[in-house]
Design a protein around this ligand. Sequence first.
Ligand code: HEC
Ligand code: HEC
Ligand code: HEC
Ligand code: HEC
Ligand code: HEC
Length: 270
Amino acid sequence: MTLAASDCGSCHEDAERAWAASRHASARTNETYAVSFAAARHEWCETCHAPQAERGVGCVSCHTTHARPADDVCAKCHQFDYPVRRTLDSGLVEYTDLPMQNTVAEWRRSSFSTKACADCHGAHDVRGARDVAWLRSILSLDAELEDDTWHVTVTANGAGHAVPTGDPFRVLRVAIHVPFEGRTPVLESAALERVAKQDGDRWILVDDTRIPAPTDGRTRSSVTVEFSAEVSLPKGAFVRLTYEYADPMHRRRIRDDDVVVSIADLELPR
Ligand code: HEC
Ligand code: HEC
Ligand code: HEC
Ligand code: HEC
Ligand code: HEC
């Protein structure tokens, strides 16, 4: 049977329905992408976000033959290096040797390398970090006071790679909030993120403070952040864990819950 890119759903209704509700179907049209693409309209972006034009990451982005795709089908878009910026508009993009998205390599070194990406994400619904209930179910917070230091631990249970993974703008933020005149401003905060900077034609990894992928058969892994406890906190102070999808500077242009969501609050032991 030959594959017509436009018509798979007429026979495969279940796959079509699950896919249509996914971020793959909206990879070109969702607001977060649309705003950032408008700022830098490189053809390169469309090779992953719109290989099938308005169908985004459509059926034939993964199915090139009339069968289940090869095991490494996710890698062509979910594992790539920072491009050399001056080549972005030439159609012949050159790459540096620093991963921009490293999800597949993280997964290969993890305890979950025996599971396929689709075993956790589904082949067509590809639920991910935009499924806030899922995020809340795998991430947890703990705090301990020791001498003059708060040790706040963030644990991920059941992620097959680092958390956050994927897009470099993804950040987990741990912040101490203190009640003040009916509001709860931030006293201190720490970001769990991967930071890289450009240096001419190269990119350099500056820091990686994310929750690493679990290894050695474990399903969970953690990161502990320290805050000074020299200042005594008022009653009601708490730690809040948030997940940022996009740079908060875009808040005015993108819907609020497409920029950042709240994952967990924990009252600090006194
Ligand atoms: C006219 C109906 C029809 C259309 C259109 C169609 N398929 Fe199929 N497809 C089938 C049938 C029937 C089967 C099961 C029999 C077989 O394996 O050949 C199948 C099997 C498959 C399988 C393998 C399923 C398995 O369990 O291994 C995949 C993957 C698939 N189709 C993808 C596609 C894609 C992608 C398109 C569009 C580019 C498409 N199909 C278009 C009827 C269709
Ligand atoms: C992101 C990649 C990707 C896209 C896009 C994709 N598929 Fe699939 N598809 C897969 C994978 C992976 C499997 C194998 C799942 C498994 O073995 O559990 C699969 C399996 C299938 C199957 C076999 C039976 C089943 O449902 O599991 C059919 C039929 C199918 N896809 C049709 C489609 C159609 C139709 C579309 C477009 C609406 C589509 N696929 C888009 C990755 C994709
Ligand atoms: C043709 C490129 C391409 C392929 C192949 C591909 N993806 Fe994606 N994927 C994308 C893009 C682009 C996005 C971001 C969409 C957006 O703008 O939100 C994405 C987003 C995702 C997300 C995030 C969803 C969320 O809610 O945060 C998951 C999970 C995902 N893909 C899993 C997979 C899996 C599993 C496979 C292989 C079966 C796969 N992808 C194959 C391009 C691809
Ligand atoms: C053991 C289960 C598991 C496996 C295997 C797994 N993931 Fe995930 N993935 C998760 C969980 C849980 C999340 C949500 C937490 C997070 O964002 O990291 C997630 C999140 C993601 C996201 C969303 C990141 C974001 O912020 O938008 C992408 C993209 C993704 N995974 C791709 C993949 C790809 C590609 C593979 C295979 C190479 C894979 N995952 C393997 C569990 C898994
Ligand atoms: C090699 C493939 C690839 C290229 C090229 C690419 N992206 Fe992506 N992009 C992805 C994948 C995969 C994701 C999903 C990662 C995740 O969920 O964390 C993504 C996610 C994003 C997101 C986050 C979307 C969301 O759901 O919040 C934005 C914004 C984005 N890309 C913009 C761009 C822009 C602008 C370009 C061009 C300058 C570009 N991308 C080029 C693969 C690519």
